[in-house]
Structure formats: C-alpha cells, structure tokens
Design a protein. Structure first.
Length: 134
C-alpha cells in the first residue's frame, strides 16, 4: 500500500521525465527545421552563403544549449553529446547547398533528416536514462 503508492509515484515521475525529454528534443528539431525552411524559401542562398551558414550555426547552437538547460533540470545533461550540434549543422548546410535538390526536395530532406536524427538522439538519451537513472 505505502510501497504501492511510492512505486506509482516513481512511475509517474519517470513518465513525466520521458515526456519532457521527447518534447525538449522535438522543440529542438522543430525550431531548427523552421529556420532552415525559411532560409530555403526566403533567401538567395548563393549570394548570402557566409551569412546563412553563420546563422544556421547560431540557431543550432542556441537551440542545443536550450535543450542542454532543459536536460540539466532533470539531471540528464550528461547524456546529450556536443557533437550532435555539429552533425545537425553539417546536415542542414549540406542539404541547403546541394544543387542536385530542388527547393521542394531540400525542404523535404531537411525535415526528414533532422527528425530522424533527433529521434535517434531521443532513443539514446532514453536508453541511457532508463539504464542509469533510477
């Protein structure tokens, strides 16, 4: 009974943590995708290349640190990797400046690539979290 209540509280806390992890990573992905989409639609990407690449790096970095701070609240910041910033940044720049893709293909590829990558990151953090956090 007291044990059962405590166990139920632990399960609810774990569910809240899992929900926070998923939502934080999805917010990270959506913010980056939104920015990359606006770059593709609104910019002359060849004339503004240096500025665009710098802005993408800034957006990815700032969203990564927002994610890091949210994970810190749950004592999970050790589970996210700094190299994820670089991976996401490089993927976006590579897709935006791939001349083989049409504008529509770039939009589609950025959305898919970032969501798949972030889903992988969520899986990594969730696995580590359930393995090491009790």
């Amino acid at each position: 009974t007291a044990y059962r209540r405590q166990r139920q509280m632990c399960i609810r806390d774990r569910e809240k943590r899992d929900y926070a992890i998923k939502n934080s990573f999805k917010a990270f992905a959506n913010s980056i995708i939104r920015h990359a989409t606006s770059v593709i639609i609104a910019n002359n990407i060849d004339n503004n290349k240096e500025n665009i690449i710098e802005n993408i790096r800034y957006i990815v970095d700032s969203n990564y640190y927002r994610l890091y701070n949210l994970m810190f609240l749950y004592k999970l910041c050790g589970y996210i990797k700094p190299e994820w910033k670089t991976e996401v940044n490089e993927d976006i720049v590579e897709i935006i400046y791939n001349n083989k893709f049409s504008k529509e293909e770039k939009l589609y590829n950025i959305n898919n690539k970032i969501n798949i990558k972030v889903d992988g990151y969520i899986s990594i953090v969730m696995k580590q979290c359930h393995t090491y956090v009790r």
